[in-house]
Design a protein around this ligand. Structure first.
Ligand code: AMP
Ligand code: GLY
Length: 434
């Protein structure tokens, strides 16, 4: 099967490793790819934000399947352009990708379809927003979200009125261009955050979905959830104290109304939806939709999946997904991010990396090969991923692998999954304070 994989990071390398590991022989082409992805196939330089250039390549090379990694090409309409050629795409149309591309659109969707979420106001006027801040009644922090894509920096939790005003004014002045000239204000939710990935098919005739195990990401750079936010420093899944009935509750309250909502709104779904969920004292609430796999959640999910990935993605791309349980290994998986010096403010590039053969999967995110030597080439450089019968054993497996990968200035969190492990060992459930 000839597959065009769009993207170049750790998520894509994890997908590529899984595609190549299955029994279906895969001829992999990555765009733009990376030196690590080049070891699994070929790379082609395409501008993913220009749907016509991707479509032109597809016309010439007729892949059997296109798999979209990141959200930006989807929001820009790459799936529409390729699907118009009759080529299956794992990835949503631009109209559906607005669920991630516009926070105001996503909030309207949640409210319209009765999906539990934070109370909110969408504002596109300076005076109206300032007045809202002055009479804010939901308590602090005030959550301000730039409507459009802002490279993961468009959400600010303002701790007081002055900070809220300053953030709002900067947004309205175009801190993220037009993306921040509409702002969603949200009530602060308190609880435990988790990442729920769902494969979804929706169209006028049918709506089906398959849940993947709930994962938990660790967003802050330092252990103990301190320091600035990052794209994610490590994840694990499934969450040991999340019971089948808890997952069923998310299915009924969040996932099912989403699938039915897509159908009712005339939207098509041919990919994954990654629901950012806050489990609050009053149950699960939806924070956001992503129209792509999470990074590093994908690195976890690919360790757990016990199916031929190419076949599964093609099923979704062709709209043939049956509502079913995806086959999984009875394991817990962890992915630990190894990040560059200066991340997340910057990233020290070109530093030689020492990689011996560790007893864990090495996934490349921001690396480059220079004269036969891997060097750092991005903020999140590598992931180490492993799975084991339980969370404690998976953590131990990664600890054992760690000494085999290093470079000067490497940053990592060794507490991935530790808080959840303590919560589980104390006999607590998802209903208990996190
Ligand atoms: P989002 O991109 O909407 O998921 O927001 C980024 C991060 O901000 C989330 O992962 C949460 O940690 C946090 N966040 C978003 N919305 C809220 C909210 N209403 N209350 C508390 N934290 C939030
Ligand atoms: N790990 C969070 C994300 O991919 O958005």
């Amino acid at each position: 099967m000839k597959i065009l994989l769009l993207g170049s990071g750790g998520r894509e390398h994890a997908l590529a490793l899984k595609l190549k590991a299955a029994s279906t022989p895969v001829d992999l082409v990555s765009a733009p790819g990376s030196d690590a992805l080049a070891e699994l196939g070929t790379c082609v330089s395409l501008d993913l934000e220009d749907p016509a250039s991707v479509a032109a390549w597809c016309t010439a090379h007729r892949p059997d399947l296109v798999v979209a990694g990141p959200e930006l090409p989807l929001v820009g309409g790459v799936a529409d352009a390729v699907r118009a050629l009759g080529i299956p795409v794992f990835g949503h149309d631009a109209a559906t990708a607005r669920l991630e591309g516009s926070k105001a659109f996503a909030k309207d969707f949640m409210v319209r379809h009765g999906i539990p979420c934070a109370a909110s106001h969408t504002v596109a006027d300076l005076e109206e927003g300032e007045a809202l801040i002055h009479r804010w009644s939901y308590g602090y922090p005030i959550v301000l979200k730039a409507d459009g894509l802002a490279a993961g920096k468009g959400v600010v939790l303002a701790q007081n009125e002055a900070e809220a005003l300053e953030t709002f004014r900067a947004f309205m002045a175009g801190q993220f261009g037009d993306a921040s000239r509409t702002v969603v204000f949200e009530e602060p939710l308190v609880g435990m955050e988790l990442s729920l990935h769902v494969l979804v098919n929706a169209d006028a005739d049918r709506g089906t979905c398959a849940l993947l195990p709930a994962c938990q990401d660790h967003k802050r750079i330092f252990e103990g959830d301190r320091g600035p936010n990052t794209g994610g420093m490590g994840a694990f899944g499934p969450i040991p104290f999340l019971r089948p009935e808890d997952v069923a509750r998310m299915h009924v309250e969040l996932v099912e109304p989403t699938v039915q909502g897509l159908r009712r709104d005339g939207l098509t779904a041919r990919g994954v939806l990654f629901l950012g969920v806050m489990w609050t004292a009053s149950g699960p609430k939806l924070l956001e939709y992503n129209v792509r796999f999470g990074d590093p959640e994908t690195q976890v999910l690919m360790q757990l999946l016990d199916e031929d990935l190419a076949g599964l993605l093609l099923e979704v791309a062709e709209g043939r997904l049956a509502s079913r349980d995806v086959k999984l290994k009875p394991h817990t998986a962890i992915a630990m991010v190894l990040a560059a010096e200066d991340y997340p403010e910057g990233a020290k590039k070109g530093v030689p990396i020492s990689i011996e053969t560790p007893a864990a999967t090495v996934i490349h995110a921001g690396t480059r090969k220079q004269d036969g030597q891997w060097v750092t080439n991005g903020g999140r450089v590598l992931n180490l991923a492993a799975s084991a019968p339980d969370l404690a054993a998976a953590r131990a497996a990664l600890e054992a692998a760690l000494p085999h990968v290093q470079w000067p200035g490497m940053q990592l969190r060794r507490d991935i999954g530790l808080k959840a492990l303590a919560h589980a060992q104390a006999g607590k459930t998802v209903q208990d304070a996190w």
